[in-house]
Design a protein around this ligand. Structure first.
Ligand code: HPA
Length: 274
């Protein structure tokens, strides 16, 4: 893939002593910045200085690319993502995932905040995604000409990475339920009727991100794991979802999430993507 934006971003990174190839790439969702507080020997570049990187407009996102060591692994951290609802484009994160592919093809750990549908998925719960639903939604590969656009999605959330996540949680004595995530493009929250429909379709969680990144990552042959912090009960299920509540609840869970991410990083191999 010869994406000129990626070539330009690589050029900008080369001058900053980027520590590639990486062992893990992480995308941080709203209010989940605590993960990068644990990085050692961190270097950080604002997205604004990296061509094609997500110009995030959502509060709760730092808007920088950081790298450093976590549990001895070389880790790349996207501190904030662009959501399709910010740009009107489902491929808002396309250059970011292409950049990950160019920096050693490490596994990708996506994080997000979500609304809980399944009864056990109450605010403060951290869940690992086992699958997703994006029926009828936009696809980040619209317009792609390469035959590889027909991406198989059978094991979109990599079974081996899910096992590592489960082991990491067990080592910390944490519960880590698995859940199916349904993507609603937002930015308006769902209606109660939409949440009833989502439940009937088999969704356990709802949110406005992650799915496009998973598709893009799989397009590049990157393995994907995903963690979700439940910040509210979904619409009509007892809560009244709001962005303020999302940020508040995400911040409360961010330290636990950071611990889990560190324990996960310790369990993936060096050069795991190669
Ligand atoms: N719906 C969509 N996105 C979300 C929610 C929700 O209830 N909570 C956090 N992100």
């Amino acid at each position: 893939m010869n994406d000129p934006l990626v070539t330009a971003a690589l050029g900008a990174l080369a001058g900053r002593g980027v520590d590639a190839p990486f062992d893990l790439a992480i995308v941080l969702g709203s209010g989940l910045g605590a993960v990068s507080e644990r990085l050692e020997t961190v270097t950080r570049i604002p997205y604004a200085e990296l061509p094609g990187m997500p110009a995030t407009s959502v509060s709760g996102h730092r808007g920088a690319l950081a790298w450093g060591r976590l549990a001895g692994r070389r880790v790349l951290v996207f501190e904030g993502r662009a959501h399709p609802y910010e740009t009107g484009r489902a491929d808002a994160m396309r250059p970011a995932l292409a950049l990950v592919a160019a920096l050693g093809r490490p596994p990708v750990l996506l994080t997000n905040a979500s609304g809980g549908i399944r009864d056990d998925l109450v605010p403060g719960t951290i869940a690992a995604l086992s699958d997703h639903i994006a029926i009828g939604a936009a696809n980040p590969l619209w317009g792609e000409r390469d035959e590889r656009r027909f991406v198989p999605m059978g094991d979109a959330y990599d079974p081996a990475l899910r096992l590592r996540l489960a082991e990491a949680a067990a080592a910390l004595g944490m519960e880590l339920p698995e859940a199916v995530y349904m993507w609603f493009p937002g930015p308006s929250f769902e209606t109660p009727a939409e949440i009833r429909a989502a439940r009937a379709l088999g969704a356990d969680l709802v949110g406005m991100s992650t799915v496009p990144e998973t598709i893009l990552a799989r397009f590049h042959g990157l393995r994907v794991g995903a963690l979700s912090v439940v910040t509210n009960r979904a619409a009509g299920l007892g809560g009244a979802p709001s962005h303020a509540e999302t940020k508040r609840e995400a911040a409360l869970a961010a330290d636990r999430l950071a611990g889990l991410v560190g324990a996960f990083a310790a369990r993936i191999g060096r050069g795991a993507g190669r």
